[in-house]
Design a protein around this ligand. Structure first.
Ligand code: FEO
Length: 398
């Protein structure tokens, strides 16, 4: 298990999880696996920045042993409590009993409540520096990016920002740097990561980027704690974050639905025809056959979404409920939306969809469109027009 040199005397000593397919429980699909990135900084003092998920502790320790004896580690910097970055901390502290743990006050509380350790802990806050010899570590708190304890570490000598979860991607690879992997896959995974994890915190993302820009830090390399390290073009991911956080989107519409006996599906397909007749890229997703995390990623850069469900028990189909729940949590900004669906009697599905859209803070562009039992020719035409008019409204906002 070999380390990878990131800069002079700074090494990636993390682990590659090729097989993980679900993250945060089953909230987020990871089709391309992930990595847990830990970094070793060797100077007069040696610091380990973050660690890895517990099942990968040995992999990290083997990489560290290629560089130093783990017992010589002086500091274990915990940029973030979450177990995918701190899970190996007990093992590493057993090997490095003199090491001091460094993190924010909230990190201290969080680690204590996860591992119940009685460690030598150094609490740091924004502006604090920790000298290692030729270089020092500078800290900047990044609360809610994406946990209250989150923090970035900056190494001026190497123009290196260790950004933990920010700017990450769930992407396992045998290569570590952005100039070594497929650019399209990299940006798609970065977008999926942003949409599924950081989207609700967009205002804080903008604020943090502006704060760092104001500090005037020279940043040549951004090394997140998941996926690929940005050394070739770190600006590209910062600019993408600003675009996503500001709600910039493409001329694109999603139609997301589920259907009981095919009526809502007929409506959905007619809406796709109508919207695309206006020259707008339109994508159709049926739940649960389409992956929720992938749809959320597509929504990040779409301008609008039409959501449909047949009515069951006066509400939406159970396959639709988790998607609506997720939208409410993510609170997508600058998205136009509308509801549709077939019903036999009560017809409560569209009401439930509209309530969720309102809770998600989305703009409802038109009253819901419904069809009783099976949509006839006239109703299919209405669905086509509904999609077309939705597309026209989106074009008018430009
Ligand atoms: Fe918030 Fe990658 O953990």
């Amino acid at each position: 298990m070999l380390p990878t040199k990131v800069s002079e005397d700074i090494f990636w000593v993390g682990a590659v999880d090729w097989n993980i397919r679900h993250f945060h429980g089953f909230a987020y699909s990871t089709h391309h696996g992930t990595t847990y990135n830990a970094y070793l900084v060797v100077d007069k003092k040696t610091a380990l920045i973050d660690s890895v998920y517990r099942p990968f502790a040995e992999e990290m320790i083997e990489r560290i042993k290629e560089i130093v004896d783990p017992s010589t580690i002086d500091y274990v910097v915990a940029n973030h409590v979450e177990t995918d970055h701190s899970g190996a901390i007990l093992k590493i502290l057993k090997l490095a009993p003199k090491a001091k743990v460094v993190g924010t006050a909230r990190c201290k509380d969080g680690l204590q409540k996860h591992y119940f350790g009685n460690w030598d802990f150094q609490t740091v806050k924004t502006g604090d520096e920790l000298s290692l010899g030729k270089r020092s570590l500078r800290f900047i708190e990044a609360p809610m990016l994406h946990w209250p304890d989150s923090m970035f570490t900056y190494i001026q000598k190497d123009s290196l920002l260790l950004s933990n979860d920010a700017f990450g991607q769930h992407l396992a690879a045998s290569k570590r740097f952005d100039d070594e992997v497929d650019e399209k896959t990299l940006m798609e995974e970065a977008a999926k990561y942003y949409a599924n994890i950081l989207w609700p915190f967009s205002r804080l993302v903008i604020k943090k980027i502006l704060e760092i820009q104001k500090l005037g830090w020279n940043i040549r390399v951004i090394a997140p704690s998941h996926g690929i390290i940005w050394r070739n073009n770190p600006t590209s991911i910062v600019e993408a974050y600003l675009r996503w956080a500001q709600g910039e989107a493409k001329r694109k519409i999603l139609v997301v639905y589920d259907t009981m006996w095919g009526s809502t599906e007929k409506m959905a397909k007619a809406m796709v025809e109508g919207a695309s007749s206006m020259g707008i890229e339109t994508m159709l997703f049926r739940l649960p056959f389409s992956d929720r995390g992938d749809i959320i990623k597509e929504l990040l850069e779409a301008k609008g979404i039409l959501i449909g469900s047949s009515t069951i028990n006066n509400g939406v189909l159970p396959t639709m409920a988790p998607f609506l729940e997720e939208l409410q949590g993510l609170r997508p900004i600058n998205k136009m939306a509308a509801a549709f669906g077939s019903y036999g009697w009560g017809g409560g599905a569209v009401k439930a969809i509209e309530e969720s859209l309102e809770k998600a803070g989305m703009e409802i562009s038109a009253p819901a469109l419904t069809a009783k039992w099976v949509p006839d020719k006239n109703e299919i035409q209405k669905c086509f027009d509904f999609g077309k008019e939705f597309a026209e409204k989106i074009i008018k906002t430009e």
